[in-house]
Write a protein that binds this ligand. Sequence first.
Ligand code: ADP
Ligand code: ZN
Length: 609
Amino acid sequence: MLDQPRPDTEGEAPEEVLHRVFGHPAFRGRQEEIVRHVMAGGSGLVLMPTGGGKSLCFQVPALCRPGLGVVVSPLIALMEDQVAAMRQQGVAAAALHSDLPDDQAREVKRDLARGAVKLLYVSPERLLLDGTLDFLERRSLALFAIDEAHCVSQWGHHFRPEYRGLGLLATRFPSVPRMALTATADPRTVEDIRAQLGLAESPVFRGGFDRPNIFISSEPRESERGQLRAFIKAAGDGTGAGIVYCGTRAKTEQTAEWLRGDGYDALSFHAGMEPGAKRDAHRRFARGDAVVMAATIAFGMGIDRPDVRWVAHLDLPKSPESWYQEIGRAGRDGLPARALLLYGAGDIALARHRILESPAGEEQKRIERARLEAMVSIAEAATCRRRILLRCFGEDGPENCGACDVCRNPPKLFDGTVPAQKLLSAVLRTGRRFGVAHLVDVLRGKVTDKVAQFSHDQLPTFGVGKDLSDQAWRGVARQLVAIGALDVAIENHGELVPTDAARPILKGEQKVMLRAEAVTAGAPRERNGRGAQPAMAGDPLFDALRSWRKREAEIQGLPAYMIFSNETLASIATMRPQDAEDLAMIPGVGRSKLERYADGVLRVVREDG
Ligand code: ADP
Ligand code: ZN
Protein backbone atom coordinates (compact mmCIF):
# COMPACT_ATOMS: atom_id res chain seq x y z
CA MET A 1 0.00 0.00 0.00
CA LEU A 2 2.81 2.37 -0.78
CA ASP A 3 1.28 3.64 -3.96
CA GLN A 4 1.77 7.26 -4.81
CA PRO A 5 -1.49 9.09 -4.36
CA ARG A 6 -3.16 10.25 -7.53
CA PRO A 7 -5.42 13.11 -6.51
CA ASP A 8 -6.07 14.17 -10.07
CA THR A 9 -9.80 13.81 -9.84
CA GLU A 10 -10.53 17.32 -8.62
CA GLY A 11 -12.55 19.32 -11.09
CA GLU A 12 -13.46 16.25 -13.10
CA ALA A 13 -17.11 15.47 -13.87
CA PRO A 14 -18.79 12.98 -11.52
CA GLU A 15 -19.68 10.61 -14.39
CA GLU A 16 -16.05 10.57 -15.44
CA VAL A 17 -14.88 9.66 -11.96
CA LEU A 18 -17.61 7.06 -11.59
CA HIS A 19 -16.42 5.46 -14.76
CA ARG A 20 -12.68 5.89 -14.55
CA VAL A 21 -12.09 5.35 -10.83
CA PHE A 22 -14.87 2.94 -9.89
CA GLY A 23 -15.42 1.29 -13.24
CA HIS A 24 -19.21 1.60 -13.03
CA PRO A 25 -21.07 2.42 -16.23
CA ALA A 26 -23.82 4.51 -14.60
CA PHE A 27 -25.18 5.82 -11.33
CA ARG A 28 -27.84 3.76 -9.68
CA GLY A 29 -31.17 4.90 -8.24
CA ARG A 30 -30.86 8.30 -6.60
CA GLN A 31 -27.05 8.40 -6.59
CA GLU A 32 -26.86 10.86 -9.46
CA GLU A 33 -29.30 13.31 -7.89
CA ILE A 34 -27.50 13.13 -4.54
CA VAL A 35 -24.09 13.62 -6.11
CA ARG A 36 -25.34 16.67 -8.05
CA HIS A 37 -26.80 18.16 -4.91
CA VAL A 38 -23.53 17.80 -3.00
CA MET A 39 -21.44 18.96 -5.96
CA ALA A 40 -23.44 22.19 -5.79
CA GLY A 41 -22.52 22.55 -2.13
CA GLY A 42 -25.68 21.10 -0.60
CA SER A 43 -25.98 19.03 2.57
CA GLY A 44 -28.44 16.23 3.19
CA LEU A 45 -29.43 12.91 4.68
CA VAL A 46 -29.16 9.76 2.58
CA LEU A 47 -31.38 6.82 3.55
CA MET A 48 -30.71 3.65 1.63
CA PRO A 49 -30.77 0.03 2.58
CA THR A 50 -27.50 -1.73 3.23
CA GLY A 51 -26.02 -2.53 -0.14
CA GLY A 52 -27.97 0.29 -1.75
CA GLY A 53 -24.81 2.12 -2.81
CA LYS A 54 -24.43 4.87 -0.23
CA SER A 55 -20.65 5.03 -0.35
CA LEU A 56 -20.47 6.33 -3.91
CA CYS A 57 -22.78 9.20 -2.92
CA PHE A 58 -19.99 10.73 -0.87
CA GLN A 59 -16.94 9.20 -2.51
CA VAL A 60 -17.62 10.67 -5.93
CA PRO A 61 -18.26 14.28 -4.82
CA ALA A 62 -15.35 14.03 -2.37
CA LEU A 63 -13.07 13.19 -5.29
CA CYS A 64 -14.50 15.76 -7.69
CA ARG A 65 -14.77 18.73 -5.35
CA PRO A 66 -11.63 20.60 -4.39
CA GLY A 67 -10.14 19.81 -1.00
CA LEU A 68 -10.08 17.01 1.51
CA GLY A 69 -13.09 14.71 1.99
CA VAL A 70 -13.64 13.71 5.62
CA VAL A 71 -15.56 10.51 6.36
CA VAL A 72 -16.67 9.88 9.93
CA SER A 73 -17.08 6.20 10.63
CA PRO A 74 -17.80 4.53 13.96
CA LEU A 75 -16.04 1.24 13.44
CA ILE A 76 -12.28 1.38 13.67
CA ALA A 77 -11.84 -2.26 12.76
CA LEU A 78 -13.34 -1.72 9.35
CA MET A 79 -11.93 1.69 8.53
CA GLU A 80 -8.69 0.11 7.42
CA ASP A 81 -10.54 -2.06 4.96
CA GLN A 82 -12.39 0.90 3.53
CA VAL A 83 -9.13 2.71 3.09
CA ALA A 84 -7.54 -0.32 1.44
CA ALA A 85 -10.50 -0.58 -0.94
CA MET A 86 -10.15 3.08 -1.91
CA ARG A 87 -6.46 2.67 -2.49
CA GLN A 88 -7.17 -0.26 -4.77
CA GLN A 89 -9.17 2.21 -6.85
CA GLY A 90 -6.19 4.54 -6.93
CA VAL A 91 -7.56 7.03 -4.42
CA ALA A 92 -5.26 8.62 -1.85
CA ALA A 93 -7.17 7.55 1.24
CA ALA A 94 -6.00 7.36 4.85
CA ALA A 95 -7.47 6.60 8.27
CA LEU A 96 -7.02 8.28 11.66
CA HIS A 97 -8.27 6.58 14.80
CA SER A 98 -7.11 5.76 18.30
CA ASP A 99 -5.94 2.21 17.46
CA LEU A 100 -3.40 3.49 14.98
CA PRO A 101 0.20 3.06 16.18
CA ASP A 102 1.87 6.42 16.86
CA ASP A 103 4.33 6.20 14.00
CA GLN A 104 1.56 5.50 11.50
CA ALA A 105 -0.58 8.29 12.88
CA ARG A 106 2.38 10.63 12.46
CA GLU A 107 2.81 9.51 8.88
CA VAL A 108 -0.87 10.11 8.11
CA LYS A 109 -0.62 13.58 9.63
CA ARG A 110 2.46 14.33 7.57
CA ASP A 111 0.62 13.25 4.42
CA LEU A 112 -2.34 15.37 5.42
CA ALA A 113 -0.14 18.39 6.01
CA ARG A 114 1.45 18.14 2.58
CA GLY A 115 -1.93 17.71 0.91
CA ALA A 116 -1.28 14.13 -0.16
CA VAL A 117 -4.56 12.78 1.18
CA LYS A 118 -7.83 13.15 -0.71
CA LEU A 119 -10.14 11.12 1.50
CA LEU A 120 -9.70 10.84 5.26
CA TYR A 121 -11.58 8.24 7.31
CA VAL A 122 -11.72 9.30 10.92
CA SER A 123 -13.36 8.18 14.15
CA PRO A 124 -15.66 10.74 15.79
CA GLU A 125 -13.44 10.97 18.90
CA ARG A 126 -10.43 11.76 16.80
CA LEU A 127 -12.26 14.25 14.62
CA LEU A 128 -13.56 16.17 17.61
CA LEU A 129 -10.12 16.72 19.14
CA ASP A 130 -9.26 20.41 19.11
CA GLY A 131 -6.09 19.73 17.18
CA THR A 132 -7.97 17.95 14.40
CA LEU A 133 -10.68 20.59 14.13
CA ASP A 134 -8.13 23.41 14.09
CA PHE A 135 -6.20 21.65 11.36
CA LEU A 136 -9.34 21.11 9.27
CA GLU A 137 -10.40 24.71 9.69
CA ARG A 138 -7.25 25.82 7.92
CA ARG A 139 -7.78 23.37 5.06
CA SER A 140 -9.96 23.41 2.00
CA LEU A 141 -12.59 20.71 2.55
CA ALA A 142 -14.63 18.89 -0.09
CA LEU A 143 -17.24 17.57 2.34
CA PHE A 144 -18.00 15.77 5.58
CA ALA A 145 -19.68 12.38 5.29
CA ILE A 146 -21.13 10.93 8.48
CA ASP A 147 -21.51 7.22 7.87
CA GLU A 148 -23.81 5.04 10.00
CA ALA A 149 -25.47 8.28 11.05
CA HIS A 150 -28.10 6.50 13.15
CA CYS A 151 -25.35 6.26 15.81
CA VAL A 152 -26.21 9.86 16.65
CA SER A 153 -29.71 8.92 17.78
CA GLN A 154 -30.62 7.47 21.11
CA TRP A 155 -33.59 5.86 19.34
CA GLY A 156 -31.32 4.00 16.97
CA HIS A 157 -29.97 0.55 17.71
CA HIS A 158 -26.37 1.63 18.02
CA PHE A 159 -26.31 4.87 19.92
CA ARG A 160 -22.76 6.23 20.29
CA PRO A 161 -22.54 9.17 22.66
CA GLU A 162 -19.46 10.47 20.85
CA TYR A 163 -21.62 10.94 17.72
CA ARG A 164 -23.56 13.67 19.52
CA GLY A 165 -20.57 15.98 19.32
CA LEU A 166 -20.76 15.94 15.52
CA GLY A 167 -23.47 18.58 15.73
CA LEU A 168 -20.73 21.19 15.98
CA LEU A 169 -19.63 20.55 12.39
CA ALA A 170 -22.66 22.56 11.25
CA THR A 171 -21.56 25.64 13.17
CA ARG A 172 -17.82 25.36 12.75
CA PHE A 173 -17.88 24.49 9.06
CA PRO A 174 -21.03 26.18 7.76
CA SER A 175 -19.87 26.27 4.15
CA VAL A 176 -18.76 22.63 3.90
CA PRO A 177 -21.41 20.16 2.68
CA ARG A 178 -22.42 17.65 5.34
CA MET A 179 -23.86 14.32 4.34
CA ALA A 180 -25.33 11.88 6.81
CA LEU A 181 -25.82 8.31 5.61
CA THR A 182 -27.74 5.47 7.18
CA ALA A 183 -29.80 2.37 6.43
CA THR A 184 -32.17 3.07 9.30
CA ALA A 185 -35.45 4.49 8.03
CA ASP A 186 -37.49 4.59 11.20
CA PRO A 187 -39.10 8.08 11.11
CA ARG A 188 -38.26 8.93 14.69
CA THR A 189 -34.58 8.12 14.25
CA VAL A 190 -34.51 10.04 10.97
CA GLU A 191 -35.87 13.21 12.56
CA ASP A 192 -33.45 12.84 15.45
CA ILE A 193 -30.49 12.53 13.08
CA ARG A 194 -31.57 15.65 11.21
CA ALA A 195 -31.97 17.62 14.42
CA GLN A 196 -28.70 16.45 15.96
CA LEU A 197 -26.61 17.08 12.87
CA GLY A 198 -28.15 20.40 11.90
CA LEU A 199 -29.76 18.95 8.79
CA ALA A 200 -33.33 19.96 9.55
CA GLU A 201 -33.37 22.34 6.57
CA SER A 202 -31.61 19.96 4.20
CA PRO A 203 -33.29 17.38 1.98
CA VAL A 204 -33.68 13.71 2.81
CA PHE A 205 -32.86 11.36 -0.06
CA ARG A 206 -34.67 8.10 0.36
CA GLY A 207 -33.52 5.26 -1.83
CA GLY A 208 -35.87 2.40 -2.59
CA PHE A 209 -35.76 0.01 0.30
CA ASP A 210 -36.47 -3.12 -1.61
CA ARG A 211 -33.64 -5.56 -2.12
CA PRO A 212 -35.24 -7.88 -4.63
CA ASN A 213 -32.22 -10.17 -4.92
CA ILE A 214 -32.64 -11.37 -1.33
CA PHE A 215 -35.05 -14.29 -1.14
CA ILE A 216 -36.69 -14.10 2.28
CA SER A 217 -38.26 -16.94 4.20
CA SER A 218 -39.36 -17.75 7.70
CA GLU A 219 -40.12 -21.03 9.44
CA PRO A 220 -41.22 -22.11 12.88
CA ARG A 221 -38.28 -23.64 14.69
CA GLU A 222 -38.65 -27.41 14.59
CA SER A 223 -35.16 -28.82 14.45
CA GLU A 224 -32.88 -25.85 14.43
CA ARG A 225 -29.76 -27.60 13.20
CA GLY A 226 -31.56 -29.57 10.53
CA GLN A 227 -33.27 -26.46 9.24
CA LEU A 228 -30.08 -24.43 9.21
CA ARG A 229 -28.16 -27.25 7.50
CA ALA A 230 -30.73 -27.49 4.74
CA PHE A 231 -30.80 -23.73 4.33
CA ILE A 232 -27.02 -23.38 4.05
CA LYS A 233 -26.90 -26.18 1.50
CA ALA A 234 -29.50 -24.43 -0.63
CA ALA A 235 -28.10 -20.94 -0.19
CA GLY A 236 -24.33 -21.32 -0.01
CA ASP A 237 -22.39 -21.39 -3.23
CA GLY A 238 -19.10 -22.56 -1.80
CA THR A 239 -17.46 -19.17 -2.33
CA GLY A 240 -19.33 -16.43 -0.51
CA ALA A 241 -19.85 -16.01 3.20
CA GLY A 242 -22.84 -16.54 5.49
CA ILE A 243 -23.98 -15.11 8.81
CA VAL A 244 -25.99 -16.89 11.51
CA TYR A 245 -27.49 -14.46 13.99
CA CYS A 246 -28.07 -15.98 17.43
CA GLY A 247 -29.96 -14.59 20.40
CA THR A 248 -27.23 -15.22 22.97
CA ARG A 249 -23.46 -15.15 23.20
CA ALA A 250 -23.30 -18.79 24.29
CA LYS A 251 -25.34 -19.84 21.27
CA THR A 252 -22.91 -18.14 18.88
CA GLU A 253 -20.15 -20.33 20.25
CA GLN A 254 -22.17 -23.53 20.21
CA THR A 255 -23.39 -22.86 16.71
CA ALA A 256 -19.91 -22.12 15.37
CA GLU A 257 -18.72 -25.33 16.97
CA TRP A 258 -21.25 -27.67 15.40
CA LEU A 259 -20.87 -25.92 12.06
CA ARG A 260 -17.14 -26.55 12.24
CA GLY A 261 -18.01 -30.17 12.97
CA ASP A 262 -19.96 -30.09 9.71
CA GLY A 263 -16.84 -28.91 7.91
CA TYR A 264 -17.60 -25.20 7.62
CA ASP A 265 -15.00 -22.54 8.32
CA ALA A 266 -17.15 -21.14 11.11
CA LEU A 267 -16.29 -18.42 13.63
CA SER A 268 -18.19 -16.77 16.42
CA PHE A 269 -18.52 -13.11 17.32
CA HIS A 270 -20.17 -11.25 20.20
CA ALA A 271 -19.70 -8.13 22.25
CA GLY A 272 -18.14 -10.00 25.17
CA MET A 273 -15.02 -10.94 23.22
CA GLU A 274 -11.65 -9.22 23.65
CA PRO A 275 -11.18 -6.32 21.22
CA GLY A 276 -8.27 -8.16 19.61
CA ALA A 277 -10.32 -11.31 19.09
CA LYS A 278 -13.16 -9.27 17.61
CA ARG A 279 -10.83 -7.60 15.21
CA ASP A 280 -9.40 -10.94 14.17
CA ALA A 281 -12.85 -12.37 13.61
CA HIS A 282 -13.80 -9.34 11.52
CA ARG A 283 -10.71 -9.75 9.44
CA ARG A 284 -11.09 -13.45 8.92
CA PHE A 285 -14.65 -12.89 7.88
CA ALA A 286 -13.64 -10.19 5.43
CA ARG A 287 -10.77 -12.14 3.96
CA GLY A 288 -11.75 -15.80 3.96
CA ASP A 289 -13.42 -17.44 1.02
CA ALA A 290 -16.42 -19.36 2.35
CA VAL A 291 -16.64 -18.24 5.97
CA VAL A 292 -19.63 -18.66 8.26
CA MET A 293 -19.99 -16.23 11.15
CA ALA A 294 -22.22 -17.17 14.08
CA ALA A 295 -22.80 -13.90 15.86
CA THR A 296 -24.99 -11.75 18.00
CA ILE A 297 -26.26 -8.50 16.52
CA ALA A 298 -23.02 -6.93 17.74
CA PHE A 299 -21.62 -8.20 14.44
CA GLY A 300 -22.76 -6.01 11.67
CA MET A 301 -21.89 -2.45 11.29
CA GLY A 302 -19.36 -1.94 8.58
CA ILE A 303 -19.49 -5.40 7.06
CA ASP A 304 -18.53 -4.44 3.57
CA ARG A 305 -18.15 -7.86 2.11
CA PRO A 306 -20.33 -7.85 -0.99
CA ASP A 307 -20.59 -11.63 -1.42
CA VAL A 308 -22.42 -12.62 1.76
CA ARG A 309 -24.72 -15.22 0.18
CA TRP A 310 -27.04 -15.84 3.10
CA VAL A 311 -28.11 -14.62 6.53
CA ALA A 312 -29.98 -16.83 8.99
CA HIS A 313 -31.64 -15.80 12.24
CA LEU A 314 -32.03 -18.55 14.81
CA ASP A 315 -34.05 -16.29 17.10
CA LEU A 316 -36.69 -13.65 16.52
CA PRO A 317 -35.22 -10.15 15.96
CA LYS A 318 -36.77 -7.37 18.02
CA SER A 319 -37.99 -5.24 15.13
CA PRO A 320 -38.38 -5.28 11.34
CA GLU A 321 -35.75 -2.52 11.20
CA SER A 322 -33.12 -4.65 12.89
CA TRP A 323 -34.04 -7.71 10.86
CA TYR A 324 -33.90 -5.83 7.58
CA GLN A 325 -30.60 -4.26 8.42
CA GLU A 326 -29.18 -7.66 9.32
CA ILE A 327 -30.43 -9.53 6.26
CA GLY A 328 -29.43 -6.54 4.13
CA ARG A 329 -25.84 -7.66 4.65
CA ALA A 330 -26.53 -10.45 2.19
CA GLY A 331 -26.17 -10.00 -1.55
CA ARG A 332 -24.67 -6.54 -1.72
CA ASP A 333 -23.14 -7.60 -5.01
CA GLY A 334 -26.64 -7.77 -6.45
CA LEU A 335 -26.45 -11.53 -7.01
CA PRO A 336 -29.10 -13.84 -5.55
CA ALA A 337 -28.92 -14.21 -1.79
CA ARG A 338 -31.15 -15.71 0.88
CA ALA A 339 -32.44 -14.97 4.33
CA LEU A 340 -34.04 -17.43 6.73
CA LEU A 341 -35.77 -16.59 9.99
CA LEU A 342 -36.47 -19.29 12.59
CA TYR A 343 -38.69 -18.49 15.52
CA GLY A 344 -40.97 -20.08 18.07
CA ALA A 345 -43.72 -19.27 20.53
CA GLY A 346 -41.11 -18.94 23.28
CA ASP A 347 -39.24 -16.20 21.39
CA ILE A 348 -42.39 -14.18 20.96
CA ALA A 349 -43.38 -14.49 24.60
CA LEU A 350 -39.86 -13.82 25.85
CA ALA A 351 -39.54 -10.65 23.78
CA ARG A 352 -42.92 -9.41 25.04
CA HIS A 353 -41.94 -10.07 28.64
CA ARG A 354 -38.62 -8.31 28.23
CA ILE A 355 -40.34 -5.17 27.07
CA LEU A 356 -42.89 -5.37 29.87
CA GLU A 357 -40.18 -5.65 32.46
CA SER A 358 -37.68 -3.22 30.99
CA PRO A 359 -36.99 -0.05 32.97
CA ALA A 360 -37.72 2.09 29.89
CA GLY A 361 -40.40 4.75 29.96
CA GLU A 362 -43.96 4.05 28.81
CA GLU A 363 -43.48 5.83 25.49
CA GLN A 364 -40.33 3.88 24.68
CA LYS A 365 -42.07 0.62 25.66
CA ARG A 366 -44.99 1.43 23.42
CA ILE A 367 -42.64 1.92 20.46
CA GLU A 368 -40.75 -1.27 21.21
CA ARG A 369 -43.97 -3.24 21.55
CA ALA A 370 -45.22 -1.94 18.20
CA ARG A 371 -41.95 -2.90 16.54
CA LEU A 372 -42.02 -6.35 18.05
CA GLU A 373 -45.61 -6.98 16.97
CA ALA A 374 -44.70 -5.89 13.44
CA MET A 375 -41.88 -8.41 13.52
CA VAL A 376 -44.22 -11.15 14.72
CA SER A 377 -46.64 -10.37 11.90
CA ILE A 378 -43.83 -10.76 9.38
CA ALA A 379 -42.78 -14.09 10.87
CA GLU A 380 -46.37 -15.32 10.88
CA ALA A 381 -47.31 -13.81 7.53
CA ALA A 382 -49.85 -15.57 5.35
CA THR A 383 -49.41 -12.99 2.57
CA CYS A 384 -46.24 -11.72 0.85
CA ARG A 385 -43.61 -11.21 3.54
CA ARG A 386 -41.72 -8.58 1.59
CA ARG A 387 -44.83 -6.48 1.19
CA ILE A 388 -45.44 -6.46 4.94
CA LEU A 389 -41.78 -5.66 5.54
CA LEU A 390 -41.66 -2.78 3.08
CA ARG A 391 -44.80 -1.30 4.58
CA CYS A 392 -42.85 -0.93 7.83
CA PHE A 393 -40.60 1.47 5.88
CA GLY A 394 -43.52 3.33 4.35
CA GLU A 395 -43.13 1.68 0.96
CA ASP A 396 -45.74 -0.12 -1.08
CA GLY A 397 -44.30 -3.27 -2.55
CA PRO A 398 -46.02 -5.31 -5.25
CA GLU A 399 -48.90 -7.57 -4.20
CA ASN A 400 -46.68 -10.61 -4.71
CA CYS A 401 -42.92 -10.14 -4.73
CA GLY A 402 -42.21 -13.59 -6.12
CA ALA A 403 -39.06 -13.74 -4.00
CA CYS A 404 -40.31 -14.81 -0.60
CA ASP A 405 -41.44 -18.19 0.66
CA VAL A 406 -45.06 -17.08 0.99
CA CYS A 407 -45.28 -15.96 -2.64
CA ARG A 408 -43.48 -19.04 -3.78
CA ASN A 409 -45.51 -21.44 -1.70
CA PRO A 410 -48.63 -19.75 -0.37
CA PRO A 411 -49.68 -21.37 2.90
CA LYS A 412 -53.18 -22.74 3.07
CA LEU A 413 -55.37 -21.04 5.60
CA PHE A 414 -58.03 -23.06 7.34
CA ASP A 415 -60.71 -22.40 9.90
CA GLY A 416 -58.79 -23.38 13.00
CA THR A 417 -61.46 -22.50 15.52
CA VAL A 418 -62.06 -26.09 16.60
CA PRO A 419 -58.39 -27.04 17.04
CA ALA A 420 -57.86 -23.74 18.86
CA GLN A 421 -60.73 -24.57 21.21
CA LYS A 422 -59.39 -28.07 21.79
CA LEU A 423 -55.97 -26.74 22.69
CA LEU A 424 -57.31 -23.99 24.92
CA SER A 425 -59.56 -26.39 26.73
CA ALA A 426 -56.66 -28.83 27.24
CA VAL A 427 -54.75 -25.92 28.77
CA LEU A 428 -57.61 -25.13 31.16
CA ARG A 429 -58.37 -28.73 32.09
CA THR A 430 -54.74 -29.47 32.92
CA GLY A 431 -54.70 -26.45 35.23
CA ARG A 432 -52.58 -24.01 33.18
CA ARG A 433 -49.47 -25.70 34.46
CA PHE A 434 -47.99 -27.38 31.39
CA GLY A 435 -45.88 -26.55 28.40
CA VAL A 436 -46.67 -27.30 24.80
CA ALA A 437 -45.02 -30.74 24.66
CA HIS A 438 -47.21 -32.23 27.35
CA LEU A 439 -50.35 -30.61 25.98
CA VAL A 440 -49.67 -32.09 22.58
CA ASP A 441 -49.28 -35.54 24.21
CA VAL A 442 -52.65 -35.11 25.90
CA LEU A 443 -54.37 -34.00 22.71
CA ARG A 444 -52.79 -36.79 20.69
CA GLY A 445 -53.72 -39.36 23.33
CA LYS A 446 -50.23 -40.53 24.25
CA VAL A 447 -49.87 -42.26 27.59
CA THR A 448 -46.53 -40.90 28.74
CA ASP A 449 -45.19 -41.11 32.29
CA LYS A 450 -46.30 -37.56 32.89
CA VAL A 451 -49.78 -38.22 31.48
CA ALA A 452 -50.10 -41.24 33.80
CA GLN A 453 -48.70 -39.35 36.78
CA PHE A 454 -51.35 -36.63 36.50
CA SER A 455 -54.10 -38.97 35.26
CA HIS A 456 -54.53 -36.77 32.23
CA ASP A 457 -55.70 -39.78 30.28
CA GLN A 458 -58.93 -39.43 32.25
CA LEU A 459 -59.62 -35.94 30.86
CA PRO A 460 -62.34 -35.43 28.22
CA THR A 461 -59.74 -33.72 25.99
CA PHE A 462 -57.44 -36.73 26.08
CA GLY A 463 -56.95 -37.99 22.55
CA VAL A 464 -59.32 -35.54 20.87
CA GLY A 465 -56.53 -34.25 18.63
CA LYS A 466 -55.40 -37.41 16.85
CA ASP A 467 -56.33 -35.84 13.52
CA LEU A 468 -53.38 -33.42 13.62
CA SER A 469 -49.66 -34.21 13.84
CA ASP A 470 -47.47 -33.15 16.76
CA GLN A 471 -45.94 -30.50 14.57
CA ALA A 472 -49.34 -29.19 13.51
CA TRP A 473 -50.40 -28.90 17.15
CA ARG A 474 -47.23 -26.99 17.99
CA GLY A 475 -48.14 -24.71 15.08
CA VAL A 476 -51.62 -24.14 16.55
CA ALA A 477 -50.09 -23.29 19.93
CA ARG A 478 -47.55 -20.93 18.41
CA GLN A 479 -50.12 -19.14 16.32
CA LEU A 480 -52.34 -18.70 19.37
CA VAL A 481 -49.37 -17.15 21.15
CA ALA A 482 -48.73 -14.92 18.15
CA ILE A 483 -52.31 -13.62 18.12
CA GLY A 484 -52.13 -13.13 21.88
CA ALA A 485 -54.68 -15.74 23.01
CA LEU A 486 -51.99 -17.66 24.87
CA ASP A 487 -49.01 -16.48 26.81
CA VAL A 488 -45.90 -18.48 27.67
CA ALA A 489 -44.89 -18.20 31.32
CA ILE A 490 -41.27 -17.39 30.67
CA GLU A 491 -40.37 -16.76 34.28
CA ASN A 492 -41.59 -20.25 35.27
CA HIS A 493 -41.35 -23.35 33.16
CA GLY A 494 -42.76 -22.14 29.89
CA GLU A 495 -46.27 -23.29 30.67
CA LEU A 496 -49.03 -22.03 28.37
CA VAL A 497 -51.46 -19.64 29.99
CA PRO A 498 -54.65 -18.36 28.33
CA THR A 499 -55.21 -14.60 28.18
CA ASP A 500 -58.47 -12.64 28.02
CA ALA A 501 -58.33 -12.96 24.26
CA ALA A 502 -58.89 -16.71 24.64
CA ARG A 503 -62.41 -16.35 26.02
CA PRO A 504 -64.29 -15.37 22.83
CA ILE A 505 -62.50 -18.20 20.99
CA LEU A 506 -63.55 -20.76 23.59
CA LYS A 507 -67.09 -19.49 23.55
CA GLY A 508 -67.23 -19.77 19.79
CA GLU A 509 -67.72 -16.02 19.36
CA GLN A 510 -64.54 -15.57 17.41
CA LYS A 511 -63.28 -17.51 14.46
CA VAL A 512 -59.54 -18.30 14.26
CA MET A 513 -57.88 -18.66 10.88
CA LEU A 514 -54.73 -20.73 11.07
CA ARG A 515 -51.95 -21.48 8.65
CA ALA A 516 -51.38 -25.04 7.68
CA GLU A 517 -47.65 -25.35 7.59
CA ALA A 518 -44.94 -27.75 6.80
CA VAL A 519 -41.28 -27.18 7.40
CA THR A 520 -39.69 -26.82 4.03
CA ALA A 521 -36.19 -26.21 5.37
CA GLY A 522 -35.69 -22.91 3.66
CA ALA A 523 -35.40 -24.24 0.15
CA PRO A 524 -37.93 -23.05 -2.37
CA ARG A 525 -38.61 -25.76 -4.88
CA GLU A 526 -37.71 -23.99 -8.00
CA ARG A 527 -35.35 -21.13 -8.46
CA ASN A 528 -35.71 -17.55 -9.32
CA GLY A 529 -33.83 -16.24 -12.36
CA ARG A 530 -30.16 -16.95 -12.03
CA GLY A 531 -30.58 -19.11 -8.95
CA ALA A 532 -28.46 -19.10 -5.84
CA GLN A 533 -25.35 -20.45 -7.52
CA PRO A 534 -23.28 -17.78 -9.17
CA ALA A 535 -23.97 -18.23 -12.82
CA MET A 536 -20.38 -19.26 -13.35
CA ALA A 537 -19.55 -21.70 -10.55
CA GLY A 538 -17.81 -24.66 -12.14
CA ASP A 539 -16.85 -22.69 -15.25
CA PRO A 540 -13.10 -23.38 -15.71
CA LEU A 541 -12.21 -19.79 -16.61
CA PHE A 542 -14.23 -18.36 -13.74
CA ASP A 543 -12.53 -20.80 -11.35
CA ALA A 544 -9.11 -19.95 -12.78
CA LEU A 545 -9.83 -16.25 -12.31
CA ARG A 546 -10.86 -16.91 -8.75
CA SER A 547 -7.61 -18.74 -8.00
CA TRP A 548 -5.68 -15.90 -9.56
CA ARG A 549 -7.63 -13.43 -7.41
CA LYS A 550 -6.98 -15.50 -4.29
CA ARG A 551 -3.21 -15.46 -4.92
CA GLU A 552 -3.29 -11.76 -5.63
CA ALA A 553 -5.27 -11.08 -2.45
CA GLU A 554 -2.83 -13.12 -0.39
CA ILE A 555 0.17 -11.31 -1.77
CA GLN A 556 -1.37 -7.95 -0.90
CA GLY A 557 -2.99 -9.08 2.35
CA LEU A 558 -6.39 -7.88 1.17
CA PRO A 559 -9.86 -9.43 1.06
CA ALA A 560 -10.38 -11.07 -2.32
CA TYR A 561 -13.43 -8.96 -3.21
CA MET A 562 -11.32 -5.80 -3.11
CA ILE A 563 -9.37 -7.06 -6.10
CA PHE A 564 -12.50 -7.80 -8.16
CA SER A 565 -16.03 -8.82 -7.21
CA ASN A 566 -17.45 -12.20 -8.21
CA GLU A 567 -19.70 -10.36 -10.58
CA THR A 568 -16.78 -8.72 -12.33
CA LEU A 569 -14.95 -12.05 -12.57
CA ALA A 570 -18.09 -13.64 -14.01
CA SER A 571 -18.29 -10.89 -16.64
CA ILE A 572 -14.64 -11.39 -17.50
CA ALA A 573 -15.20 -15.13 -17.86
CA THR A 574 -18.14 -14.49 -20.17
CA MET A 575 -16.65 -11.67 -22.25
CA ARG A 576 -13.15 -13.16 -22.50
CA PRO A 577 -11.40 -9.81 -23.05
CA GLN A 578 -8.44 -10.08 -25.43
CA ASP A 579 -6.70 -6.84 -24.51
CA ALA A 580 -6.71 -4.04 -21.95
CA GLU A 581 -9.23 -2.09 -23.99
CA ASP A 582 -11.76 -4.95 -23.84
CA LEU A 583 -11.09 -5.37 -20.15
CA ALA A 584 -11.70 -1.69 -19.43
CA MET A 585 -15.26 -2.08 -20.75
CA ILE A 586 -16.18 -4.54 -18.03
CA PRO A 587 -18.16 -3.14 -15.08
CA GLY A 588 -16.01 -2.98 -11.97
CA VAL A 589 -12.75 -2.39 -13.86
CA GLY A 590 -11.59 1.19 -13.28
CA ARG A 591 -8.33 2.71 -14.41
CA SER A 592 -6.34 1.86 -11.32
CA LYS A 593 -7.38 -1.78 -11.41
CA LEU A 594 -6.76 -1.93 -15.12
CA GLU A 595 -3.18 -0.80 -14.56
CA ARG A 596 -2.66 -3.22 -11.74
CA TYR A 597 -4.37 -6.31 -13.02
CA ALA A 598 -4.73 -6.22 -16.80
CA ASP A 599 -1.60 -8.32 -17.33
CA GLY A 600 -2.59 -10.93 -14.77
CA VAL A 601 -6.21 -11.23 -15.89
CA LEU A 602 -5.41 -11.31 -19.60
CA ARG A 603 -2.83 -14.02 -18.98
CA VAL A 604 -5.42 -16.18 -17.19
CA VAL A 605 -7.90 -15.65 -20.05
CA ARG A 606 -5.26 -16.56 -22.67
CA GLU A 607 -4.16 -19.65 -20.76
CA ASP A 608 -7.73 -20.86 -20.73
CA GLY A 609 -7.50 -20.86 -24.53
P1 ADP B 1 -23.98 0.67 1.20
O1 ADP B 1 -22.85 1.50 1.73
O2 ADP B 1 -25.21 1.47 0.90
O3 ADP B 1 -24.29 -0.52 2.06
P2 ADP B 1 -22.18 0.19 -0.93
O4 ADP B 1 -21.85 1.60 -1.15
O5 ADP B 1 -21.18 -0.65 -0.21
O6 ADP B 1 -23.57 0.07 -0.18
O7 ADP B 1 -22.53 -0.47 -2.33
C1 ADP B 1 -22.97 -1.80 -2.44
C2 ADP B 1 -22.45 -2.44 -3.68
O8 ADP B 1 -23.03 -1.85 -4.83
C3 ADP B 1 -20.95 -2.30 -3.83
O9 ADP B 1 -20.44 -3.54 -4.23
C4 ADP B 1 -20.79 -1.25 -4.91
O10 ADP B 1 -19.61 -1.44 -5.65
C5 ADP B 1 -22.03 -1.46 -5.76
N1 ADP B 1 -22.44 -0.22 -6.43
C6 ADP B 1 -22.76 0.95 -5.85
N2 ADP B 1 -23.11 1.87 -6.77
C7 ADP B 1 -23.02 1.26 -7.97
C8 ADP B 1 -23.25 1.67 -9.34
N3 ADP B 1 -23.66 2.91 -9.64
N4 ADP B 1 -23.05 0.76 -10.30
C9 ADP B 1 -22.65 -0.49 -10.01
N5 ADP B 1 -22.40 -0.94 -8.77
C10 ADP B 1 -22.59 -0.09 -7.75
ZN1 ZN C 1 -43.46 -12.15 -1.48
